[in-house]
Design a protein around this ligand. Structure first.
Ligand code: G4P
Length: 281
């Protein structure tokens, strides 16, 4: 469940995350691989300046693999180390640990030169709601630490937890607000579960999804929502009404909209990435 953000929340989150960042050697910036750009908070570039960072494209199991690869190359080309993972599997968690050693290799060398025997790497997870911060944290810790659910900023007194051989992790993730100026970004976040369900109109979001679904997976659309090729020629709002009738929901197109949104969230129609891979050299 995500929360609604108010200016006070945002100021507090900014202050708390900024303060927590001073304690770590590396930031794990967690984003949703289905919307890697839309699920970033640009503030992190500012408050994380001068800190090493690893961008973690989580939920890669739900995203389009080619798009994920494109995004990874795009970020790497910008000098931002990035990995795509599925936090539900151990392999993904091991990738984070391995990448941490690569990103901090110079730091580790410097510490060793200074005579430090057991170099400890301090890390924290930061990101907008619902990208999988708590899941990753719990997996890294090997036990349940972070409550899934959300409050702005970094909520309670933090403790360090040991993960891997030499990584210490703050036990509370830094929670930043999602982007909300751009309506298209809003629809993408709503579709992928990043915005509280009461804060958007389901039909707006379902129609946004349908445009892509009809173009890319017409057979799945026909099968799941009992429509024909001829139906698919309709304007999207008319198509939504047709689906509503076929599903036996009378004129409750909101109900149909929620069915579509939930199917997309579960990956029932396939793996989609809703942000376009930015052009890069
Ligand atoms: P947050 O702390 O960033 O807010 O996110 P959280 O870990 O609570 O994860 C949000 C939802 O995303 C959870 O599902 C979680 O199980 C799911 N999730 C996290 N990582 C992955 C992943 O790599 N792949 C997939 N497919 N899902 C992931 P939920 O609906 O809140 O609960 P539940 O359905 O797991 O019970």
């Amino acid at each position: 469940a995500t929360i609604q953000w108010y200016p006070g929340h945002m100021a507090k989150a900014r202050r708390q995350v900024t303060e927590a960042l001073t304690k770590v050697d590396i930031i794990y910036e967690i984003v949703d691989a289905r919307v890697p750009e839309s699920s970033r908070n640009p503030l992190l570039d500012e408050i994380g300046q001068g800190k090493k960072r690893l961008l973690v494209l989580n939920k890669a199991d739900l995203a389009n693999p080619a798009a994920t690869q494109g995004f990874i190359e795009y970020y790497q080309a910008q000098g931002l180390p990035a990995v795509a993972i599925d936090a539900q599997h151990t392999k993904g968690i091991q990738r984070i640990i391995a990448e941490t050693h690569t990103v901090l290799a110079d730091y580790i060398d410097r510490q060793k030169t200074k005579g430090v025997r057991n170099v400890l790497l301090r890390a924290m997870c930061v990101g907008v709601p619902n990208v999988g911060k708590s899941t990753i944290l719990n997996r890294l810790a090997g036990r349940n630490i972070a409550q899934t659910g959300n409050t702005p900023g970094v909520t309670r007194a933090q403790q360090w937890i040991k993960t891997g051989e030499d990584i210490s992790l703050l036990d509370t993730p830094g929670i930043l607000w999602p982007k909300f100026e751009d309506p298209l970004v809003g629809k993408k976040l709503a579709l992928t579960g990043g915005i509280k369900d009461t804060l958007f109109h389901a039909d707006d979001v379902a129609l946004f999804a349908l445009e892509t679904l009809v173009a890319q997976v017409p057979d799945e659309v026909k099968h799941l929502y009992r429509v024909t090729d001829a139906d698919l020629q309709q304007d999207l709002p008319d198509l939504l009404m047709t689906m509503t009738a076929r599903l036996g929901f009378k004129d409750d197109y909101d109900r149909t909209s929620w069915v579509i949104i939930n199917d997309v969230r579960k990956g029932k129609l396939g793996r989609f990435t809703w942000d376009a891979v930015p052009q890069h050299a």
